[in-house]
Design a protein around this ligand. Structure first.
Ligand code: FAD
Ligand code: DLZ
Ligand code: SF4
Length: 512
């Protein structure tokens, strides 16, 4: 009798090419897919995030079965469901005669720790395959980081360009002569531009069942299911990819940093949930973007800008996550302690920029990068919110959020809680930046031009107060020399007024 192999497929491994399936004969394998309470509740995920992942899992199970794989699928509401990956592996080993387990490495420390136990726990051989959906292996990142004082994304990105050959000319030099065209990518958007909209996929019967189940099982989780629009199959994700390439990519670069009221998507791809769960392959996508550039369909600043997000930022964040270890989550360089204000779960605030970004997050489980970094993230940073609470919020509310990518973005890039491993300076700004890049301030209760007084934009006093509060930790940062000089040059009464204004606001924040 041939050896029987149990292959668990996790909820973010929904690819036909996942490494654990490579070279395996379907007749020798049982694929195990598990909807489990531990995964749906280790944080209070947005309802639409749970619905998206479970529906995509159910569709993927069907697609695997159509290709001849035997799939054992455990539903969340199965009465015997043990509620955890390990519990369900134990049950599967009772149901089937299994000789060994084979699995693609999990995306996060928490789940890897479980998998590493299985060999002893179940007295069965367990082999863990590397996740080949990433361009850099763990060893590649370690080799690159070796001996470097600073791990700047830009240099890592160049390595990835060389490794993949993407956007290199015949001599191996960067296409167009420069590695990075970010300086061309800072246009504010105007409401009169025609903005492409992503496809809103209509839920099929399977998705409708999942939506009903999620509404029933997770009533207290944040977010709404009313505008559920996600693709839940590889084919649907490919349709959204094509729409993005045709309609939004040409201007992706120009408006990458723009913000506009009532426009949640702008020229972004809305592909992160699909890339992270396995419905789309990141490298294939970058090759297609490169091809669009070579065909003359899109400008270089758009193609390079997009490719940098994937083979640069995305890969770099994963590298940092695994390099920094499971303790990374506890870092709090700025010793920020304030609890997350309630309005992060309601959008109910008269700061228009925040109510827009949070409102759309609760409706759609999506916000684009500049909203995450310069609105919700910036506010959390300058208001001194506890980075672990901020991390939990981001992990809960976005459909694309898995710890390996969310944590370094939130804790490192956005909250500077790692003391500068990722960011060379904190992404802190006053209302001025928001006003320059958006139309939010035009319809806000507050006056973006004022620093003090009843209607003064809270971002203004908070920004200076943030610098003042953290002077002993940040004054040495050579990228902050100018702002500290400006602060020092202000009249001492002005500085006191700003401190008082910030204190009043922060006291009220804690009372509410
Ligand atoms: P686009 O703007 O179209 O970008 C294209 C792709 O590039 C994205 O789909 C994504 O795969 C990749 N990408 C872009 N920026 C980053 C980045 N900084 N890190 C990793 N990949 C990137 N991204 C996640 O995938 N999951 C998260 O949980 C997540 N949390 C974040 C938290 C904070 C505080 C911040 C500032 C950023 C976070 N990001 C996260 C990165 C980024 O905001 C999202 O990838 C992006 O907004 C997804 O929307 P999109 O697909 O329309 O992206
Ligand atoms: C995020 C998530 C959720 C909400 N539910 C499940 C689930 O029920 N079953 C599953 O296999 N995966 C789920 N996931 C994704 C997992 O959390 C993700 O695969 C691991 O975090 C990988 O490390
Ligand atoms: Fe946000 Fe201030 Fe502008 Fe209002 S005025 S939208 S609070 S930056």
């Amino acid at each position: 009798m041939s050896e029987k192999i149990l292959i668990p497929i996790l909820g973010d491994q929904l690819s036909m090419d996942i490494s654990s399936l490579k070279g395996q004969n379907p007749e020798d394998c049982i694929l195990l897919m598990m909807e489990v309470e531990d995964e749906t509740t280790y944080v209070r995920h947005h309802k639409a995030k749970i619905a998206y992942i479970l529906s995509a899992m159910r569709h993927h199970a069907k697609a695997l079965a159509e290709r001849g794989w035997s799939v054992d699928y455990v539903n969340l509401t199965d009465p015997d469901n043990h509620g955890s990956f390990s519990g369900e592996i134990a049950r599967a080993l009772e149901r089937h005669r299994i000789d060994r387990i084979r699995i693609t490495e999990a995306g996060e420390w928490r789940v890897m720790a479980m998998i590493e136990n299985w060999e002893d726990q179940f007295a069965i051989p367990v082999s863990v395959c590397p996740d080949r959906r990433f361009i850099a292996t763990h060893q590649d990142f370690t080799n690159w980081a070796e001996g470097k004082k600073q791990l700047r994304m830009e240099y890592f990105y160049r390595e990835m360009r060389r490794k993949t050959g993407i956007l290199l000319d015949r001599n191996g030099k960067p296409e167009g002569g420069k590695w990075n065209y970010d300086s061309a990518n800072r246009k504010p958007a105007r409401g009169d531009l025609s903005i492409p909209q992503p496809i809103r996929f209509r839920p099929d019967d399977l998705t409708e069942q999942v939506l009903a189940m999620v509404a029933e099982e997770f009533p207290s989780h944040p977010g709404s299911l009313d505008q559920f629009h996600f693709a839940v199959t590889h084919e649907e994700a490919m349709r959204q990819k094509r729409k993005f390439l045709d309609e939004a990519l040409p201007k992706f670069g120009d408006y990458q940093d723009a913000l506009l009221s009532g426009e949640p998507f702008l020229w972004h791809s809305i592909l992160s949930p699909y890339i992270n769960a396995g419905l789309l392959d990141p490298l294939d996508l970058c090759h297609e973007v490169e091809q669009r550039y070579r065909n003359g369909d899109v400008p270089l600043n758009a193609a390079e800008g997009f490719i940098r997000q994937i083979i640069g930022w995305r890969e770099y964040m994963r590298g940092i996550y695994w390099r920094e270890g499971p303790e990374y989550v506890d870092r709090n360089f700025l010793e920020a302690k304030r609890p997350l204000p309630e309005f992060y779960y309601s959008g109910d605030t008269d700061m228009h920029c925040l109510s827009e970004a949070i409102g759309q997050t609760l409706d759609l489980a999506y916000a684009h990068h500049i909203q995450r970094l310069m609105i919700t993230g910036n506010f959390a940073l300058i208001a001194g919110l506890e980075p672990q609470a901020v991390h939990q919020w981001y992990l809960e509310v976005y459909a694309d959020a898995y710890e390996w990518v969310e944590l370094p973005n939130t804790l490192g890039m956005s909250q500077f809680a790692d003391g500068g491993i990722i960011a060379s300076k904190p992404y802190a700004s006053s209302g001025n930046y928001i006003n320059k890049m958006s139309d939010y301030c035009q319809s806000c209760h507050y006056d973006v031009k004022k620093r003090v007084g009843e209607r003064a934009c809270p971002f203004n006093a908070l920004y200076w107060d943030f610098l003042d509060r953290n002077q002993n930790r940040l004054a040495d940062n050579n990228r902050l020399v100018m702002p500290y000089r400006t602060w020092e040059k202000m009249e001492s009464e002005t500085r006191d007024d700003i401190r008082r204004q910030a204190k009043r606001f922060l006291d009220q924040l804690e009372e509410n």
